[in-house]
Design a protein around this ligand. Structure first.
Ligand code: 5RP
Length: 230
């Protein structure tokens, strides 16, 4: 399967929901990058569009394409947010955070009047959990927070959970906000909303990568076209 073509087609379909004058939440990752690209092309055609980026990488891309950037603290209105996902289930629950941008992505998606997810079809699953769940935590007392997360996961029935501080070449990965990511291998999540609530209740946890009850539409693409789930 040509995943990149699927990502592009999904992004093109999402762009049909963009109207002149909108303030857009711009997601992060290789799929969202296609959407930003299309928005840049619209701006070049003279469309008045503004973008709220969910990462520094997206900000750089949008700026390079001439999209006017609005800081999240400068607006209370986001008309439409479009972002990718690492996994999506039939109830539109998501795992996000593979690109370490989940806190900003969730703030923007939650604020948006409409949240559309774009993904290649490999992201569609019957149950979440094969992709390790990213959780963004404060660096302060991070080992204490991880211990609390482990206790919570056992209480939630994940006796075999494996928690790992995300790192590259021995260096812990820092999010754009200077936070850490803990990847939790859980295998299968039967009640994502319950787990999201339990993890987010732990002091030191800034956000977990479960996005439940937030997604209005998922557009899946493959080389043959798109399918839309509402
Ligand atoms: C970043 C994300 C991304 O949306 C997710 O990782 C999907 O990325 P890609 O479109 O590159 O597969 O949540 O934090």
């Amino acid at each position: 399967m040509d995943k990149d073509r699927g990502k592009r087609l999904a992004a093109e379909e999402a762009a049909k929901h963009v109207e002149r004058g909108m303030t857009l939440g711009l997601g992060t990752g290789s799929t969202a990058a296609h959407f930003v690209d299309i928005i840049g092309a619209r701006v070049a055609e003279g469309w008045p569009l503004k973008g709220v980026p969910t990462s520094e990488a997206t900000r750089r891309q949008a700026e390079s394409l001439g999209v006017e950037i609005i800081e999240p603290h400068e607006t209370t209105v986001i008309d439409l947010a479009v972002d990718g996902a690492d996994e999506a289930d039939p109830q539109h629950n998501l795992i996000k955070g593979g690109g370490a941008a989940l806190l900003r992505e969730k703030v923007v998606a939650y604020a948006a009047k409409k949240f559309i997810v774009i993904a290649d079809k490999s992201k569609r699953v019957t149950a979440l959990g094969a992709f390790p769940l990213p959780v963004e935590i404060s660096p302060y007392g991070w080992a204490l927070t991880v211990a609390a997360m482990r206790r919570t996961l056992v209480e939630q029935g994940f006796q075999n959970a494996k928690l790992e501080l995300r790192s590259i070449d021995g260096n812990s990965v820092k999010t754009d906000g200077g936070n850490l990511i803990i990847d939790c291998s859980l295998e299968r999540i039967n009640d994502p909303a319950r787990l999201e609530k339990a993890l987010n209740a732990i002091p030191g946890v800034l956000e977990c990568g479960l996005f439940c009850g937030m997604t209005d539409m998922i557009i899946y693409g493959d080389e043959d076209g798109v399918s839309v789930s509402t």
